[in-house]
Design a protein around this ligand. Structure first.
Ligand code: PEP
Ligand code: MN
Length: 336
């Protein structure tokens, strides 16, 4: 249920609505917008007595929210959300490019890659210190030791940095070293982690789980917003299907649909979505064509020697081709 307040509603009138919602045993979440304030009723399992709310002063409209997710939906927040990561704005008029290796490597190699991606159009840097790997024998990432390298990248290049956090116990220390926290595909439904990130004052990059429906993905985002963190960016990275010609099936179909039903920005990761560096450029362009507000691309100065995910890691020249495509794209008017 969404209570839309009249344009001229006073703060007292809004507060009164919140108090009534609380008195009914529900939780109000106020969503300010440029044209009007909306107050969302959350925490209800059954029907909300809407007549009682309709009668309150300065209430313009009471709308039934038809989907299980509320705060992430356009019904509640009609305008696009933008998420600022340092001085980079995600969800604005221009798509953004995040690039870097799969894993944090030695400090000198990581810095070399960061400087190189910056010259080819990347406005943010990515690299994982913690790597959740299918095999316990595979490289697991440098862990805590990799974090100072990420802070160094930010310091030396000025690029905001995103890295994955896999454990609630590490959230604080990871947040001290980087600008944005990534929830990896395997952790999309790790609700303890989502709840912890909801109270962390850092933007979150929420990857889609390999077997998650759109609804499950948006409900995971709802955990973050309902817990207090609205700085959320979605990232499609491919799902598990019967197709065995690619590491994952990059579900670009979901991009325009997310843009239609949610106000949250959405990025695409064509690296994990294909598993093959030859397909990263064409699928990057395809992602931009269908309305992705940015890309997350595994990139390396010597891709075949990358510590992890070498097969899907592109070189600097290929990143340059992707970077060159970005300035001509204008995202205004691409949402529904
Ligand atoms: C990554 O971005 O390196 C990563 C591990 O991605 P995903 O969680 O999508 O597999
Ligand atoms: Mn990877």
């Amino acid at each position: 249920m969404l209570i839309v307040m009249r344009k001229d509603a006073s703060p007292e009138a809004c507060q009164r609505v919140e108090e009534v919602i609380e008195a009914l045993g529900f939780t109000p979440v106020t969503v300010p917008g440029p044209s009007r304030v909306a107050i969302c009723v959350t925490g209800n399992e059954g029907p909300v007595p809407s007549a009682e709310l309709e009668r309150l002063p300065a209430v313009a409209e009471v709308i039934r929210v038809s989907r299980p997710y509320k705060l992430v939906s356009r019904e509640v927040h009609p305008e696009n959300s933008t998420v600022a990561v340092g001085d980079v704005v995600i969800g604005g008029e221009k798509p953004i490019l995040i690039a870097g290796p799969c894993s944090v490597e030695t400090e000198s190699r990581t810095l070399e890659i960061a400087h190189a991606v910056k010259t080819r159009g990347a406005s943010m840097f990515r690299a994982g210190a913690f790597k959740p790997r299918t095999s316990p024998y595979a490289f697991q990432g440098l862990g805590l030791e990799g974090l100072p390298t990420l802070a160094r990248v930010r310091e030396e290049t000025g690029l905001p940095v995103v890295t994955e956090v896999v454990d609630t116990a590490h959230v604080e220390i990871v947040a001290e070293h980087v600008d944005m926290l990534q929830v990896g595909a395997r952790n999309m439904q790790n609700y303890a982690l989502l709840e912890r990130l909801a109270v962390t004052p850092k933007p979150v990059l929420l990857k889609r789980g390999p077997a998650a429906t759109l609804e499950e993905w948006l409900m995971a985002a709802e955990y973050l917003l309902s817990g207090g963190n609205s700085q959320v960016v979605l990232c499609e990275r491919g799902i598990r299907t019967f197709a065995d010609h690619a590491r994952n099936t990059l579900d670009l179909n979901v991009v325009p649909l997310v843009r239609e039903i949610s106000h949250l920005p959405i990025l695409v990761d064509p690296s994990h979505g294909t598993g093959d560096r030859k397909r990263v450029l064409p699928m990057s362009l395809a992602a931009l064509a269908c309305g992705a507000q940015g890309l997350l691309v595994e990139t390396h100065t010597a891709p075949s020697t990358a510590y992890s995910d070498a097969a899907q890691t592109i070189d600097i020249a290929t990143l340059g081709e992707i970077g060159a495509a970005l300035p001509s794209i204008d995202l205004r008017g691409t949402d529904q």
